[in-house]
Ligand binder design. Structure first.
Ligand code: CMC
Length: 425
């Protein structure tokens, strides 16, 4: 492809450099376009706009490819662990044994919360949505760990990153326990990241908690599948918040708030509730008619980038079958999900719009089988995505070309007019 595009407006021509990535579409550089032409580009929803340069995650939506630092998601899910993927996303390379040992120690070392932080949860109503608790609690971390919020100090940036990855499971488990009305369970540093999280969620003082390696592995896989996903809404929120120099605790809290929306991370809760509402296979045709009449969306279907299949959904479906098989659960909702998927994938309405199951379609059934209520699903997404957010925040912050994010607009409001006193309106 040429190294520049020429845009002609009336009798003026503008040269726009074409920048090349290592793979994926090239981009047309419009950074100087406004200064040269007095025109803005217009792209609400950023459907044609690359908002940054990044080396972390690559998606080819037409081919259904997702790579983290070059490694395909299916290989990471099968062969790696969540903590290793965290290192990969943060540092760019897979760790050697010594690097992993140090990283594992650093994360483990930060799993506890300040004792005063536990009392913070009691300020919330018992019926509070755990995502409401997450948004508040993570934002409040800066009040407890103010010694690592100087973003200009690389060591403090690193400590904040470790603290966030380490403390998210503890905070998420406390949000769950608080919601359930059960006592908090402290982290155990001799357990793996995922096993420790499951124990903090499901252990009770009245009996011994027995780990199940298949469920621990499933939890780890679910975390890997949610670890990062390029410049989606919540990640872009984190980057934009961070572009002002805000510290990572505030930026990640902003990301959590964005993730909660039903078009984004909130879809996993909604997808399961939709399956519950449908209830039985015979109700599917009527439900599909409602989707076509645009009364509601088929939650867990469709994606802005994937227009062929979501590779995360394929891995999630496999994990779902493994978990249900291990637990001997014959969930009628799985039958509804599989039939719904089959019908939707053969229906022209969905084919024409390139709507395929996304990661959220099967994650709800899996998490429900593992014992999580649907209100916790988005919390688990946030826990896993924290490493992606912090890696993207770090990359943004350390980019020498960093600028505060400041989009412009197409103004269609009133032009200048004079204020009239109230009795003259
Ligand atoms: N059910 C029914 N119709 C849909 C759906 C759906 N889930 N998603 C998109 N469409 C239709 C939409 O109505 C439009 O039809 P038409 O061209 O006739 O107007 C067409 O497909 C294109 O949709 P769009 O809204 O332009 O697509 P988008 O790229 O802006 O939206 C999306 C992507 C994920 C927000 C959307 O597909 C959606 O709302 N899906 C349901 C929520 C969901 O499962 N979200 C999880 C996404 S994956 C996890 C994550 O990253 O958070």
């Amino acid at each position: 492809m040429a190294d520049k595009a020429t845009l002609t407006i009336g009798d003026q021509s503008f040269d726009l450099p074409i920048l090349k990535g290592t793979t994926g579409p090239d981009v047309m550089d419009v950074r100087k376009f406004y200064a040269d032409s007095d025109l803005f580009t217009f792209d609400p929803g950023f459907t044609s706009t690359a908002s940054c340069e990044s080396k972390i995650t690559f998606i080819d939506g037409d081919a259904g490819i997702l790579l983290h630092r070059g490694y395909p998601i299916d290989q990471l899910v099968e062969k790696s662990s969540f903590l290793e993927v965290c290192y990969l996303l943060l540092h760019g390379e897979l760790p050697n044994a010594a690097e992993f040992e140090t990283f594992d120690h650093n994360i483990t070392y930060h799993t506890m919360l300040h004792a005063q932080f536990d009392r913070f949860f009691e300020g919330f109503r018992r019926d509070a949505h755990p995502m409401a608790i997450m948004t508040g609690a993570v934002g409040a971390l800066s009040a407890f760990y103010a010694d690592s919020i100087n973003v200009d100090d690389p060591r403090e940036r690193e400590i904040s990153a470790h603290r966030l990855i380490a403390k998210m499971p503890t905070i998420a488990a406390r949000a769950f326990k608080y919601h359930m009305g059960q006592p908090f369970v402290s982290p155990r540093n001799n357990l793996s990241y995922s096993e420790n999280f499951l124990r903090m969620c499901f252990a009770v003082p009245a009996e011994d908690w027995v780990p199940n390696p298949i469920l621990t592995r499933a939890m780890d896989r679910i975390f890997i599948l949610h670890a990062d996903h390029e410049q989606n809404a919540s990640t872009s929120t984190v980057r934009l918040a961070g572009s002002s120099g805000a510290h990572p605790f505030a930026c990640i809290a902003a990301g959590i708030a964005c993730l909660w929306g039903p078009s984004h991370g909130g879809a996993n809760q909604e997808a399961l509730e939709m399956l519950e509402e449908i209830g039985t296979v015979d109700k599917i045709p009527e439900f599909i008619e409602g989707v076509k009449a645009r009364k509601y969306k088929l939650m867990g279907f469709g994606h802005r980038v994937y227009k062929n299949f979501d590779p995360r959904a394929t891995a999630m479906q496999k994990t779902c079958h493994e978990v249900l098989g291990e637990l001997g659960i014959n969930d009628p909702l799985l039958e509804v999900a599989m039939e719904l998927e089959k019908i939707a994938l053969s229906d022209p309405y969905f084919i024409e719009r390139k709507l395929y199951p996304n990661i959220d379609f099967y994650s709800g059934i899996t998490l429900r089988a593992m014992g999580f209520p649907s209100k916790m699903f988005t919390v688990l997404f946030a826990l896993a995505r924290t490493v992606g957010w912090i890696s993207q925040w770090k990359e943004m912050f350390e980019d020498p070309a960093r600028k505060i994010g400041r989009p412009r607009q197409l103004y269609t409001g009133a032009t200048q007019r004079d204020y009239a006193p109230i009795d003259k309106r």
